[in-house]
Design a binder for this molecule. Structure first.
Ligand code: XUL
Length: 603
């Protein structure tokens, strides 16, 4: 599988490749050595997450050189986003042009801070997963002609056929999910093929929705990208392919063959799609081919370590990047987080605490016992997979409960937690302030249960709300971890913003019954992971073959020394009992749906 790099890059590759072969040497590019010296090369990782765009610059041994960020709500107020997007019922979108404008703003900030962008040898993007970006016909021509004197916003205004692309927070495609699942033969079949059963936020189901409900926009679309490939496209000045790892979050790719699944692509535009559609094409296969083309065809999905082009002249002229700066395929934020936590081993479970909370682990076996959860290709090791669960009620839900019951500060939150007992005196809370992914629950609702399992409107003591929002959530994580067919957990590695709170980490240690570790560099693991993937991609590109991440980082400190133990399990017997109760209560909630009464379901 190969990318379709820009022509000048292809030329450069042919020349350096032929030269090294004829001279009998492996690498001509001495700057790709791991020399974290003062004058060595730098690598940049962009982290285009739900609420911000960050850049992490590292040296070739992943030591952080610089970290700069732009917050969508605060720094780009014209878009009037809330937490980086728009929520309208179950629909969740974000303006694609805002991402583009954020890139100029971020690079201008870096320049103003004196970051020497010329030293960046390669870069890559980490993007919030599943979100799609819809390029109008003619957009690639515009991307190829970017003028360094004008802003990206000015030049890309009007290039998106769906200006507000759906994001991972969307839960509006239940109907499309059922239709695609039925066309393939059920959830288990879709899961075995694509790594996940159909999920509302996954791109294939979102494409079907737009295909059915916005036929004009669909027809006007030349290319459908993911958020990670969109930013990469801007960086190379042309359409960039999607990598196999982020591609695993689309319900469109065969995760074993690592290419688009013709069966799934056909299902997206299957016969039912005719109803209500203004489309004239009657031939199903022609429609599937048309979609295949919009996804970039056979070369539209590539290995995550592929260099997909050189940086566009726009960035060379405007920000002083080297014209030889290589761009490695963009990938999803969760796969990038995994790479940022280099040095994980068998028995490690990673819990990322951010806008979404995720739990994941690396495995050789892509099979899952449960049909809930996701299997994705590992971006730095094509022979292994990442198994993952994603929970929508992450930091935003914790912050809302903190605002309502702890005066809006983490100090207040932690103090309230300390005033309660592990197990919360038998009180259990299930907080679905956002419709939840695991377990699937498509309404915003809170459930509170007393020690006798009876639903109650409020807990006796407001401090118990704080403990309940944590305990309920982590009990749910442990419950669903059991369906993932993973070896026994030996330790949890926590990452993301929430991992800076030791009180939260203590609850995780108690519930999972294992010690919790964090990375010594703190929370920015997705951006850090994208930057490390740039190091890896350059190594593979220079050597013209795949090398492991450990080989790519040879000569650097061993990744396993990066972790610091921060919590040991305590009071585990309390949670063994609670675990059984929680499982039954969660099942009841999902089956029955709601309990009515004063304050039921409210903060
Ligand atoms: C993963 C998911 C979220 C987003 C957040 O499946 O939907 O974690 O990647 O950016």
């Amino acid at each position: 599988m190969s990318a379709s790099p820009k022509r000048p890059y292809e030329r450069l590759q042919r020349v350096t490749g032929a030269l090294s072969r004829s001279m009998g040497i492996i690498s001509k590019n001495t700057s790709a050595k791991n020399e974290p010296s003062r004058g060595g090369p730098w690598y940049l990782g962009f982290d285009l997450s739900s609420q911000s765009l960050k850049a992490e610059v590292i040296d070739s041994c992943s030591t952080l050189v610089s970290s700069v960020s732009v917050n969508f709500d605060k720094d780009l107020p014209d878009y009037k986003t809330t937490s980086g997007g728009y929520i309208n019922g179950l629909r969740a979108t974000a303006p694609s042009l805002m991402f583009v404008e954020a890139l100029d703003l971020l690079l201008a900030k870096m320049e103003a801070r004196g970051v020497d962008l010329k030293r960046v040898e390669a870069m890559s993007v980490s993007g919030q997963q599943h979100g799609s970006v819809w390029w109008k016909t003619g957009s690639e021509t515009r991307l190829k002609k970017l003028d360094a004197k004008k802003s990206l916003k000015e030049q890309l205004l009007g290039t998106f056929s769906v200006p507000n692309g759906p994001t991972w927070r969307d839960a509006s495609t239940e109907k499309e999910c059922k239709e695609i699942s039925n066309a393939i033969g059920g959830d288990r079949k879709v899961m075995d093929l694509s790594g996940s059963r159909t999920y509302e936020r996954f791109t294939g189901n979102q494409i079907r929705k737009i295909y059915l409900e916005q036929p004009e926009a669909y027809i006007a679309t030349e290319r459908i990208g993911l958020i990670s490939s969109m930013l990469t496209s801007v960086l190379i000045g042309g359409y960039a392919p999607i990598d196999v790892s982020d591609g695993s979050g689309m319900n469109l790719m065969n995760i074993r063959a690592k290419r688009w699944s013709w069966e799934l692509i056909q299902a997206v535009v299957s016969h039912d799609a005719e109803k209500g559609s203004a489309r004239k094409i009657s031939d199903w296969s022609a429609r599937a081919q048309e979609l295949m083309k919009k996804l970039g065809g056979r070369t539209g999905v590539v290995e995550s370590y592929n260099v997909v082009g050189l940086i566009d002249n726009y960035f060379v002229k405007r920000y002083g990047f080297s014209p030889n700066c290589r761009i490695v395929a963009g990938s999803g934020d969760n796969p990038c987080s995994l790479v940022g936590l280099r040095g994980t081993r068998g028995g490690d479970v990673i819990i990322s605490l951010g806008t979404s909370d995720t739990l994941f682990a690396v495995t050789e076996n892509p099979h899952m016992l449960a049909v809930d959860g996701h299997v994705m290709v590992n971006p730095v090791d094509c022979s292994t997979y990442i198994k993952m669960l994603c929970f929508k009620n992450g930091s935003l839900t914790r912050e809302k409960v903190r605002a309502a019951f702890a005066g809006g500060t983490w100090e207040g939150f932690n103090a309230a937690l300390e005033r309660t007992r592990p197990g919360n005196d038998g009180n259990v809370g299930i907080y679905f302030l956002d419709p939840e992914i695991v377990p699937t629950f498509n309404t915003s609702r809170i459930f509170r249960f007393g020690p006798d399992d009876r639903p109650i409107g409020r807990f006796p003591n407001p401090d118990q709300e704080i403990r309940a929002v944590l305990e309920g959530h982590f009990l749910s994580m442990r419950l669903h971890l059991e369906g993932m067919s993973l070896p026994a957990t030996k330790r949890v590695i926590a990452t993301g913003g929430g991992s800076q709170n030791p009180s939260i980490l203590q609850v995780i240690a108690n519930i999972f019954k294992v010690p919790v570790y964090v990375h010594k560099d703190g929370s920015g693991s997705a951006g850090l992971g994208a930057a490390i993937r740039a190091v890896h991609g350059v190594k593979c590109d220079t050597l013209e073959s795949f090398v492991s991440i450990d080989q790519a980082m040879q000569g650097c400190p061993d990744g396993s020394t990066f972790f610091r133990k921060v919590a040991e399990p305590k009071n585990t017997h309390v949670y063994d009992k609670l675990m059984k109760r929680y499982g039954k209560l969660e099942q009841a909630v999902v089956l029955v749906g709601m309990y009515d009464g004063p304050n039921y379901g409210k903060l």
